[in-house]
Design a protein around this ligand. Sequence first.
Ligand code: NDP
Length: 297
Amino acid sequence: MQLLDGKALSQSIQLELKAEVEQIVAQGGRPPHLVAVLVGEHPASASYVRNKMRACERANFRSSLKKLPVDIAQEDLLAEIASLNQDPEVDGYILQLPLPAHIDEQLVTQAVAPEKDVDGFHPYNLGQMLLGEDSYLPATPMGMITLLERYGMETSGKEAVVIGRSNIVGRPMSVLLSRKHPQGNCTVTVLHSRSQNMAEHCRRADIIVAAIGQANFLTADMVKEGAIILDVGINAIDDPKAKRGYRLVGDVDFEGVKEKVSAITPVPGGVGPMTVVSLLMNCLKAYKTGAGKALEK
Ligand code: NDP
């Protein structure tokens, strides 16, 4: 079994990005600048944002955290977004989800300038992806494709099953795995909460992407011998032995399936770090295409 070590790979990509930034700075440019907008004090969100800021530091990016109060009015959040859109010193930014219930997530996501949408959530970028045109790919699916690519895994002609159909993970991953691309060209089945015969579908799959948010959902009896497993889930389960009283597990019963599969991502240390480094890759791309300058008023 090959462990698809997203943590190690993301660190080596960060070093590549760092070298590129050093070159930009040596030639008189400024480093790329990523801004994270965090509304409220959601503990998991705060920890995800911290990881993103740390990755920026490691790659010599400039990073800023914009903390906004949980009860911010929607129009004030939209004003913040408009100001980030127009700031020539900001190349890309993310709105950390989830947003508080009184905020219309779709409306504010659409207010992000597509040129600075390094999370790849804007309908323009999702549409470009669907058309196979250049765009910012959504960070988590992009991270998984990069992982397959860097581990030299061609997927053409394979049967892929994606469990979960969210707009940020499952659905875009199903699009990427079916596009004409060395890490695409799969025959893709998308499963969700209304799917029947889940185990049967999974047992046919050469590649399974588990993105539902249920601890240890995918068990050994659902997996074909030699399958490749990408585990997106992040679930906290009680563990009295752990320092914080809980530990993080994925959607896959790692211990149960590990002897059966040919390759698998661990949780933590698999898809999560690849998501973070994808943001940086998208931000460098935004910097190079002059997203900041283009939108300056
Ligand atoms: P959502 O809650 O938005 O979507 C979950 C999807 O799973 C839905 O399509 C839902 O179906 C489906 N689903 C839920 N339960 C079942 C079930 N029992 N059987 C079949 N399908 C089911 O989640 P996200 O896509 O945002 O995230 C999924 C997981 O990945 C979470 O644990 C999240 O924390 C994690 N995550 C990890 C990231 C990383 O970087 N590692 C990044 C983003 C998310 P339906 O549509 O019918 O409701």
